[in-house]
Design a protein around this ligand. Structure first.
Ligand SMILES: *Cc1c(COP(=O)(O)O)cnc(C)c1O
Length: 415
C-alpha cells in the first residue's frame, strides 16, 4: 500500500489533555469562547487547575514515595498558580528574591524552599537567611557572604552545594552542567567548598546537581541521576555534617515539536526507587529531591489570541492575531531554539473544523520573527476566531518581552 506524503511528516503528540465540547476546547470546564468572554479580553493565558493537580498525582504515582517533589517556579511564577502548586508539592525552588517573596506569600513552608541561581546578591542572600530557606551555593563568594550574614543575624545559613558536575545530561534542550559553566561549583572544588562551609559554621544540608532541562529520553535522565548519586557519595566523605538533601535536579521534558513523544516515567521511577534504596546505608539521613518546572505546569496551560485579520499574500494564508512574540517568545521560536519549529496550535473554537487549510499565524508586531505557526494545517479561520497555542503553561509570560512595541500586557487566569 502506498503511504500518503502527509503520513511521512512527523506529527505533534496528541494534545488530548483538554476536552473538546461542541467544537470548542474546554479549559477548567469552560468552553474557550465563554472563557474569553469571562476574561473580558484577548490575548490571555489560561491554566487548568484540574490538569495541574492530575499531573502531580500521576507523577507521585510513578515515583517512589520517598522521593520529594519540588516545583521550580521560574517555569511559571503566577502567584495564584504558585499557591495551587505549593499545596500539592513538597517544596518550591526559587531563583531570585522576587520569586522567594511569591513562594512565601503562597504559603510554602520556608524549610522546604530552596534558592538556586548564579550571582545571588547580598540582599537576596540576607532575605534567604532571614526566611530560613535553603541556599544552594554556587560560588565561594556566596559562602563568604553567607558567613557574614549568619553572624549578623545570629542565624546559621542553611546551605547545600550546587555542583557543576563533570558530566552532562545527554540530549537535553538546555545543558546546565558539565564543562565550564556559570552554574554551581566545579565538582573538583567541592571538597574545598565543604571545608569552607564547615569553617564558617554554616548549616550544611546537602547537594544540588542540576544537569539540564527539557529532556524527553528516560535513559538519559536515569544515567544523569545515577551519576549524580555516585558523585554525591564521593562528596559526602568531605561534608562537615550528614547529608540531608540530595537534589538530583529534574530535566523532565514535555513534547513541543512534531515527532516528539511524551517522556516515559516508568524507568525513571524504577531507577529512583533503586537509588533511594542504595543510599539508605551510607547516607541514612538523606532524602532525594527532584525539582521540576515545565513538566509540572507546561501542559496545563494554553495561550489564547484572537484572529484580527485574515490575509492572503501571493497564495499564502496569514491569520494575524492580537498577540504574538511579545507575550509568547518561546512559541515564536526565539527562546533558545536553534531551528524554528511550530508549537502545537489549533483554532480553539473550531476543534473539529471540517474545512481545513494551510495557514501561518502571525502576531501584530512589525518583525518577521513574530510567528506563532508557520504554514500549519489548521481549521479554516476568520477574524474573531480564537487561536490556541498548547504547551504554554511554562516559560510564557515571564519569559517574554512584553514592552516590545507597546501593545497591552497579556493577562493570565487559573481556571
Ligand atoms: C530552570 C531550572 C529548573 C526548571 O527547569 P524545567 O526545565 O522547567 O523543569 C529547575 N532547577 C533549576 C536549578 C533551574 O535552573
Amino acid at each position: 500500500m502506498l503511504m500518503s506524503a502527509e503520513k511521512l511528516v512527523p506529527a505533534h503528540a496528541p494534545m488530548n489533555q483538554f476536552a473538546v465540547v461542541d467544537e470548542e476546547l474546554s479549559v477548567g470546564g469552560l468552553p474557550l469562547s465563554r472563557l474569553a468572554a469571562r476574561v473580558g479580553r484577548t490575548p490571555f493565558y489560561a491554566y487548568d487547575r484540574g490538569l495541574l493537580s492530575a499531573r502531580v498525582a500521576a507523577l507521585r504515582a510513578a515515583l517512589p514515595p520517598a522521593v520529594k517533589l519540588h516545583y521550580a517556579m521560574k517555569a511559571n511564577p503566577m502567584p495564584a498558580l504558585v499557591c495551587h502548586m505549593a499545596a500539592l508539592v513538597d517544596g518550591i525552588d526559587v531563583a531570585s528574591g522576587g520569586e522567594l517573596k511569591v513562594a512565601l506569600d503562597a504559603g510554602a513552608d520556608a524549610r522546604e524552599i530552596s534558592f538556586a541561581g548564579p550571582g545571588k546578591s547580598l540582599g537576596e542572600l540576607r532575605q534567604a537567611v532571614a526566611a530560613g530557606i535553603l541556599v544552594n551555593v554556587e560560588s565561594f563568594r556566596e559562602i563568604g557572604e553567607l558567613a557574614t550574614i549568619s553572624q549578623d543575624l545570629g542565624l546559621p545559613a542553611r546551605v547545600a552545594v550546587r555542583v557543576n558536575p563533570d558530566f552532562e545530561l545527554k540530549s537535553s534542550g538546555m545543558k546546565m552542567g558539565g564543562g565550564p559553566k556559570q552554574f554551581g561549583i566545579d565538582a573538583e572544588r567541592v571538597p574545598e567548598a565543604l571545608a569552607e562551609i564547615g569553617r564558617n559554621g554554616l548549616a550544611f544540608e546537602g547537594f544540588h546537581l542540576f544537569a539540564g532541562s527539557q529532556n524527553l529520553k528516560a535513559e538519559a535522565i536515569v544515567e544523569a541521576q545515577q551519576k549524580s548519586v555516585a558523585a554525591a557519595r564521593r562528596f559526602a566523605e568531605h561534608a562537615p555534617t550528614p547529608v540531608r538533601f540530595l537534589n538530583l535536579g529534574g530535566g523532565f521534558g514535555i513534547p513541543y515539536f512534531p515527532g516528539e513523544q511524551r517522556l516515559d516515567l516508568a524507568p525513571i521511577g524504577a531507577n529512583l526507587a533503586e537509588l533511594a534504596g542504595s543510599i539508605r546505608d551510607d547516607l541514612p539521613e538523606a532524602s532525594i529531591v527532584i525539582e521540576l518546572g515545565r513538566y509540572l505546569v507546561g501542559e496545563a496551560g494554553i495561550y489564547v489570541t484572537r484572529v484580527v485579520d485574515r490575509k492572503i499574500s501571493r497564495g499564502q494564508v496569514f491569520l494575524v492575531t492580537d498577540g504574538g512574540l511579545n507575550h509568547h517568545l518561546s512559541a515564536s521560536g526565539n527562546f533558545g531554539q536553534v531551528i524554528r519549529k511550530n508549537y502545537p496550535v489549533a483554532i480553539g473554537n473550531r476543534m473539529d473544523g471540517a474545512a481545513r487549510e494551510t495557514a501561518s499565524v502571525v502576531g501584530p508586531l512589525c518583525t518577521p520573527l513574530d510567528l506563532l505557526a508557520d504554514k500549519m494545517e489548521l481549521a479554516k479561520a476568520e477574524p474573531g476566531d480564537l487561536v490556541a497555542v498548547f504547551q504554554s503553561g511554562a516559560y510564557g509570560v515571564s519569559a517574554s518581552p512584553q514592552a516590545f512595541l507597546g501593545h497591552p500586557a497579556v493577562t493570565e487566569v487559573l481556571v
